[in-house]
Ligand binder design. Structure first.
Ligand code: NAD
Length: 290
Protein backbone atom coordinates (compact mmCIF):
# COMPACT_ATOMS: atom_id res chain seq x y z
CA UNK A 1 0.00 0.00 0.00
CA UNK A 2 1.12 3.59 -0.56
CA UNK A 3 1.07 5.38 2.77
CA UNK A 4 1.68 9.01 3.74
CA UNK A 5 2.88 9.42 7.34
CA UNK A 6 2.87 12.85 8.98
CA UNK A 7 4.41 13.37 12.41
CA UNK A 8 7.54 11.25 12.92
CA UNK A 9 8.24 11.89 16.61
CA UNK A 10 8.64 9.40 19.45
CA UNK A 11 5.57 7.43 18.40
CA UNK A 12 5.24 8.18 14.67
CA UNK A 13 8.81 7.24 13.69
CA UNK A 14 8.70 3.62 14.93
CA UNK A 15 5.13 3.17 13.64
CA UNK A 16 6.14 4.37 10.15
CA UNK A 17 9.30 2.24 10.27
CA UNK A 18 7.24 -0.88 11.09
CA UNK A 19 4.94 -0.22 8.11
CA UNK A 20 7.95 0.20 5.80
CA UNK A 21 9.61 -2.94 7.20
CA UNK A 22 6.41 -4.87 6.41
CA UNK A 23 6.82 -3.94 2.75
CA UNK A 24 4.58 -0.90 2.40
CA UNK A 25 5.69 2.17 0.47
CA UNK A 26 5.81 4.89 3.13
CA UNK A 27 6.44 8.59 2.46
CA UNK A 28 6.91 10.72 5.56
CA UNK A 29 6.89 14.34 6.62
CA UNK A 30 7.73 16.08 9.88
CA UNK A 31 8.52 19.75 10.53
CA UNK A 32 11.47 18.80 12.77
CA UNK A 33 12.15 15.06 13.13
CA UNK A 34 14.10 13.04 10.54
CA UNK A 35 12.53 10.15 8.58
CA UNK A 36 13.26 6.71 10.04
CA UNK A 37 14.89 3.97 7.99
CA UNK A 38 12.82 2.72 5.08
CA UNK A 39 10.63 5.84 4.91
CA UNK A 40 11.05 8.29 2.00
CA UNK A 41 11.12 11.96 3.02
CA UNK A 42 8.67 14.37 1.37
CA UNK A 43 9.11 18.16 1.20
CA UNK A 44 5.68 18.94 2.68
CA UNK A 45 2.67 17.27 4.29
CA UNK A 46 0.73 17.61 1.03
CA UNK A 47 3.59 16.02 -0.93
CA UNK A 48 3.63 13.06 1.48
CA UNK A 49 -0.02 12.40 0.55
CA UNK A 50 0.53 12.35 -3.20
CA UNK A 51 -0.89 9.06 -4.50
CA UNK A 52 -1.36 7.67 -0.97
CA UNK A 53 -4.22 5.24 -0.29
CA UNK A 54 -3.91 5.89 3.45
CA UNK A 55 -2.52 8.96 5.23
CA UNK A 56 -1.61 8.52 8.89
CA UNK A 57 -1.03 11.46 11.23
CA UNK A 58 0.71 11.24 14.64
CA UNK A 59 0.80 14.80 15.95
CA UNK A 60 0.98 16.62 19.31
CA UNK A 61 -2.54 18.06 19.61
CA UNK A 62 -5.89 18.93 18.01
CA UNK A 63 -4.88 22.41 16.86
CA UNK A 64 -1.92 21.04 14.88
CA UNK A 65 -4.07 18.18 13.57
CA UNK A 66 -6.66 20.68 12.25
CA UNK A 67 -3.92 22.71 10.50
CA UNK A 68 -2.31 19.61 8.95
CA UNK A 69 -5.71 18.23 7.91
CA UNK A 70 -6.56 21.50 6.14
CA UNK A 71 -3.37 21.07 4.11
CA UNK A 72 -3.60 17.35 3.33
CA UNK A 73 -7.33 16.84 2.69
CA UNK A 74 -7.27 18.76 -0.63
CA UNK A 75 -4.10 16.87 -1.63
CA UNK A 76 -5.60 13.40 -1.09
CA UNK A 77 -7.24 11.30 -3.82
CA UNK A 78 -10.98 10.66 -3.48
CA UNK A 79 -11.64 7.40 -1.65
CA UNK A 80 -8.32 7.50 0.23
CA UNK A 81 -8.43 7.25 4.05
CA UNK A 82 -7.15 9.83 6.53
CA UNK A 83 -6.31 8.04 9.79
CA UNK A 84 -5.32 10.18 12.77
CA UNK A 85 -3.53 8.23 15.53
CA UNK A 86 -2.74 11.26 17.73
CA UNK A 87 -4.50 11.84 21.03
CA UNK A 88 -6.64 14.95 20.48
CA UNK A 89 -9.88 16.48 21.76
CA UNK A 90 -13.10 14.86 20.57
CA UNK A 91 -14.27 18.11 18.92
CA UNK A 92 -11.15 18.33 16.72
CA UNK A 93 -11.51 14.66 15.73
CA UNK A 94 -15.13 15.25 14.71
CA UNK A 95 -14.34 18.51 12.86
CA UNK A 96 -11.57 16.85 10.84
CA UNK A 97 -13.87 13.89 10.10
CA UNK A 98 -16.58 16.21 8.76
CA UNK A 99 -14.11 18.02 6.47
CA UNK A 100 -12.58 14.80 5.18
CA UNK A 101 -15.98 13.24 4.52
CA UNK A 102 -17.13 16.34 2.66
CA UNK A 103 -14.05 15.93 0.43
CA UNK A 104 -15.00 12.31 -0.39
CA UNK A 105 -12.40 10.70 1.87
CA UNK A 106 -12.66 7.94 4.43
CA UNK A 107 -11.61 9.06 7.89
CA UNK A 108 -10.73 7.43 11.21
CA UNK A 109 -9.73 8.68 14.64
CA UNK A 110 -7.48 5.94 15.99
CA UNK A 111 -5.58 6.96 19.13
CA UNK A 112 -3.30 4.38 20.70
CA UNK A 113 -2.43 2.86 24.01
CA UNK A 114 0.94 1.21 24.59
CA UNK A 115 3.44 4.08 24.49
CA UNK A 116 6.84 4.23 22.83
CA UNK A 117 7.60 0.57 23.65
CA UNK A 118 4.36 -0.51 22.02
CA UNK A 119 5.06 1.64 18.96
CA UNK A 120 8.55 0.16 18.54
CA UNK A 121 7.42 -3.41 19.18
CA UNK A 122 4.28 -3.19 17.02
CA UNK A 123 2.08 -4.03 20.01
CA UNK A 124 -0.11 -0.91 20.26
CA UNK A 125 -3.84 -1.04 20.90
CA UNK A 126 -5.87 1.15 18.54
CA UNK A 127 -9.23 2.61 19.62
CA UNK A 128 -10.99 3.52 16.41
CA UNK A 129 -13.86 5.80 15.44
CA UNK A 130 -15.20 6.11 11.88
CA UNK A 131 -16.89 4.18 9.12
CA UNK A 132 -16.75 0.43 8.44
CA UNK A 133 -15.16 0.73 5.00
CA UNK A 134 -12.35 3.00 6.24
CA UNK A 135 -11.75 0.66 9.19
CA UNK A 136 -11.52 -2.33 6.83
CA UNK A 137 -8.99 -0.48 4.63
CA UNK A 138 -6.68 0.43 7.51
CA UNK A 139 -7.11 -2.77 9.58
CA UNK A 140 -4.12 -4.56 7.94
CA UNK A 141 -1.95 -1.57 8.92
CA UNK A 142 -3.26 -1.59 12.49
CA UNK A 143 -2.30 -5.28 12.57
CA UNK A 144 1.31 -4.38 11.69
CA UNK A 145 1.60 -1.46 14.12
CA UNK A 146 -0.35 -3.07 16.92
CA UNK A 147 -1.79 -6.18 18.48
CA UNK A 148 -5.41 -5.06 18.73
CA UNK A 149 -7.74 -2.59 17.00
CA UNK A 150 -11.20 -2.02 18.48
CA UNK A 151 -13.77 -0.34 16.24
CA UNK A 152 -15.58 1.74 18.87
CA UNK A 153 -18.19 3.54 16.72
CA UNK A 154 -18.50 6.62 14.52
CA UNK A 155 -16.33 9.76 14.31
CA UNK A 156 -14.80 10.68 17.68
CA UNK A 157 -15.52 7.29 19.29
CA UNK A 158 -11.82 6.35 19.34
CA UNK A 159 -10.84 9.55 21.15
CA UNK A 160 -13.79 9.14 23.52
CA UNK A 161 -12.67 5.61 24.45
CA UNK A 162 -9.07 6.76 24.92
CA UNK A 163 -9.84 9.62 27.31
CA UNK A 164 -12.33 7.55 29.33
CA UNK A 165 -9.72 4.80 29.69
CA UNK A 166 -7.00 7.26 30.68
CA UNK A 167 -9.28 9.04 33.14
CA UNK A 168 -9.71 5.68 34.91
CA UNK A 169 -5.94 5.14 34.73
CA UNK A 170 -5.12 8.56 36.23
CA UNK A 171 -7.61 8.12 39.03
CA UNK A 172 -6.52 4.55 39.89
CA UNK A 173 -2.83 5.49 39.80
CA UNK A 174 -3.43 8.31 42.27
CA UNK A 175 -5.53 6.00 44.50
CA UNK A 176 -2.83 3.30 44.36
CA UNK A 177 -0.08 5.79 45.23
CA UNK A 178 -1.92 7.40 48.11
CA UNK A 179 -2.77 3.95 49.49
CA UNK A 180 0.93 2.95 49.40
CA UNK A 181 1.86 6.21 51.17
CA UNK A 182 -0.79 5.55 53.82
CA UNK A 183 0.40 1.93 54.20
CA UNK A 184 3.97 3.22 54.75
CA UNK A 185 2.80 5.49 57.55
CA UNK A 186 0.87 2.60 59.10
CA UNK A 187 4.08 0.54 59.10
CA UNK A 188 2.84 -1.95 56.51
CA UNK A 189 5.48 -3.63 54.35
CA UNK A 190 5.10 -2.68 50.68
CA UNK A 191 5.63 -6.22 49.38
CA UNK A 192 2.86 -7.50 51.69
CA UNK A 193 0.63 -4.63 50.63
CA UNK A 194 1.21 -5.62 46.97
CA UNK A 195 0.55 -9.31 47.72
CA UNK A 196 -2.78 -8.49 49.32
CA UNK A 197 -4.09 -5.76 47.02
CA UNK A 198 -2.97 -7.37 43.74
CA UNK A 199 -5.10 -10.41 44.63
CA UNK A 200 -7.95 -8.54 46.35
CA UNK A 201 -10.65 -6.12 45.31
CA UNK A 202 -8.29 -3.12 45.21
CA UNK A 203 -6.39 -4.57 42.27
CA UNK A 204 -6.02 -2.65 39.04
CA UNK A 205 -3.61 -2.31 36.13
CA UNK A 206 -1.82 0.44 38.11
CA UNK A 207 -1.15 -1.96 40.99
CA UNK A 208 -0.75 -5.28 39.20
CA UNK A 209 1.03 -4.39 35.95
CA UNK A 210 2.66 -1.02 36.64
CA UNK A 211 3.24 -1.01 40.39
CA UNK A 212 4.39 2.49 41.48
CA UNK A 213 6.51 1.09 44.36
CA UNK A 214 10.13 0.28 43.40
CA UNK A 215 11.19 -3.35 43.89
CA UNK A 216 7.62 -4.51 44.28
CA UNK A 217 5.57 -6.38 41.67
CA UNK A 218 6.60 -6.61 38.02
CA UNK A 219 9.34 -4.43 36.53
CA UNK A 220 7.99 -0.89 36.01
CA UNK A 221 9.29 2.70 35.66
CA UNK A 222 9.43 2.84 39.49
CA UNK A 223 12.39 0.43 39.20
CA UNK A 224 14.14 2.83 36.83
CA UNK A 225 14.04 6.07 38.85
CA UNK A 226 10.55 6.86 37.50
CA UNK A 227 11.94 7.60 34.04
CA UNK A 228 8.93 7.36 31.66
CA UNK A 229 7.21 5.04 30.59
CA UNK A 230 4.16 7.12 30.33
CA UNK A 231 4.99 10.63 31.47
CA UNK A 232 3.04 12.66 34.02
CA UNK A 233 2.91 15.38 31.33
CA UNK A 234 1.04 13.08 28.92
CA UNK A 235 -1.28 11.94 31.70
CA UNK A 236 -2.05 15.59 32.41
CA UNK A 237 -2.76 16.15 28.70
CA UNK A 238 -5.20 13.22 28.60
CA UNK A 239 -6.92 14.18 31.86
CA UNK A 240 -7.41 17.72 30.53
CA UNK A 241 -8.92 16.28 27.34
CA UNK A 242 -11.27 14.16 29.46
CA UNK A 243 -12.41 17.23 31.39
CA UNK A 244 -12.80 19.27 28.19
CA UNK A 245 -15.03 16.49 26.81
CA UNK A 246 -16.95 16.21 30.10
CA UNK A 247 -17.56 19.95 29.96
CA UNK A 248 -18.92 19.77 26.39
CA UNK A 249 -21.04 16.68 27.13
CA UNK A 250 -22.27 18.00 30.52
CA UNK A 251 -20.97 14.91 32.37
CA UNK A 252 -20.24 15.00 36.11
CA UNK A 253 -16.68 13.65 36.59
CA UNK A 254 -15.49 14.73 40.06
CA UNK A 255 -12.70 12.13 40.33
CA UNK A 256 -11.40 12.92 36.86
CA UNK A 257 -11.48 16.61 37.70
CA UNK A 258 -9.48 16.07 40.89
CA UNK A 259 -7.01 13.81 39.09
CA UNK A 260 -6.47 16.53 36.46
CA UNK A 261 -5.90 19.13 39.21
CA UNK A 262 -3.40 16.87 41.04
CA UNK A 263 -1.39 16.07 37.89
CA UNK A 264 -1.43 19.78 36.99
CA UNK A 265 0.00 20.66 40.39
CA UNK A 266 2.57 17.83 40.11
CA UNK A 267 3.74 18.73 36.59
CA UNK A 268 3.51 22.52 36.64
CA UNK A 269 4.26 23.51 40.24
CA UNK A 270 6.17 20.55 41.72
CA UNK A 271 8.81 18.20 40.29
CA UNK A 272 6.62 15.95 38.13
CA UNK A 273 7.64 17.36 34.73
CA UNK A 274 9.52 14.67 32.77
CA UNK A 275 8.79 11.98 35.36
CA UNK A 276 6.70 8.87 34.88
CA UNK A 277 3.08 9.31 35.95
CA UNK A 278 3.60 6.72 38.71
CA UNK A 279 6.00 9.16 40.43
CA UNK A 280 2.87 10.28 42.29
CA UNK A 281 4.04 7.77 44.94
CA UNK A 282 7.26 9.62 45.96
CA UNK A 283 5.17 12.81 45.81
CA UNK A 284 2.68 11.47 48.36
CA UNK A 285 5.52 9.98 50.46
CA UNK A 286 6.90 13.48 51.10
CA UNK A 287 3.57 15.01 52.04
CA UNK A 288 1.56 15.36 55.22
CA UNK A 289 -2.13 15.66 55.90
CA UNK A 290 -3.72 19.10 55.57
P1 NAD B 1 6.30 13.88 19.67
O1 NAD B 1 6.28 15.29 20.11
O2 NAD B 1 7.52 13.06 19.89
O3 NAD B 1 5.98 13.81 18.08
C1 NAD B 1 5.14 14.70 17.40
C2 NAD B 1 5.81 15.05 16.09
O4 NAD B 1 4.94 15.88 15.31
C3 NAD B 1 7.13 15.83 16.27
O5 NAD B 1 8.19 15.15 15.64
C4 NAD B 1 6.83 17.19 15.61
O6 NAD B 1 7.97 17.75 14.97
C5 NAD B 1 5.77 16.80 14.60
N1 NAD B 1 4.98 17.93 14.15
C6 NAD B 1 4.47 18.97 14.87
N2 NAD B 1 3.78 19.79 14.06
C7 NAD B 1 3.84 19.28 12.81
C8 NAD B 1 3.31 19.67 11.56
N3 NAD B 1 2.59 20.78 11.43
N4 NAD B 1 3.57 18.91 10.49
C9 NAD B 1 4.32 17.77 10.61
N5 NAD B 1 4.84 17.33 11.77
C10 NAD B 1 4.60 18.09 12.85
O7 NAD B 1 5.02 13.20 20.32
P2 NAD B 1 4.72 11.62 20.46
O8 NAD B 1 5.20 11.15 21.80
O9 NAD B 1 5.17 10.93 19.22
O10 NAD B 1 3.13 11.65 20.53
C11 NAD B 1 2.32 11.82 19.37
C12 NAD B 1 0.87 11.66 19.75
O11 NAD B 1 0.67 10.37 20.33
C13 NAD B 1 0.39 12.67 20.79
O12 NAD B 1 -0.91 13.08 20.45
C14 NAD B 1 0.41 11.88 22.09
O13 NAD B 1 -0.53 12.35 23.02
C15 NAD B 1 0.06 10.50 21.59
N6 NAD B 1 0.53 9.40 22.45
C16 NAD B 1 1.81 9.39 22.92
C17 NAD B 1 2.23 8.35 23.73
C18 NAD B 1 3.64 8.30 24.26
O14 NAD B 1 3.92 7.47 25.14
N7 NAD B 1 4.57 9.13 23.75
C19 NAD B 1 1.35 7.31 24.07
C20 NAD B 1 0.06 7.32 23.54
C21 NAD B 1 -0.34 8.38 22.74
Amino acid sequence: MRIGFIGLGNMGAPMAANLAAAGHQVTGFDTAAPCPEGVTAAASAAAACDGAEVVITMLPNGQILRAVAAEVIPAMAKGAVLCDCSTVDVDSARAVAAEAEAAGLGVLDAPVSGGIGGAAGGTLTFMVGGGDAAFATVKPLFDIMGQKAVHCGGAGAGQSAKICNNMILGVTMIATCEAFALADKLGLDRARMFDVVSTSSGYSWSMNAYCPAPGVGPQSPADNGYKPGFSADLMLKDLRLSQQAAETADADTPMGQLAAALYEQFVEREDGHGMDFSAMLPRFEKRHRG
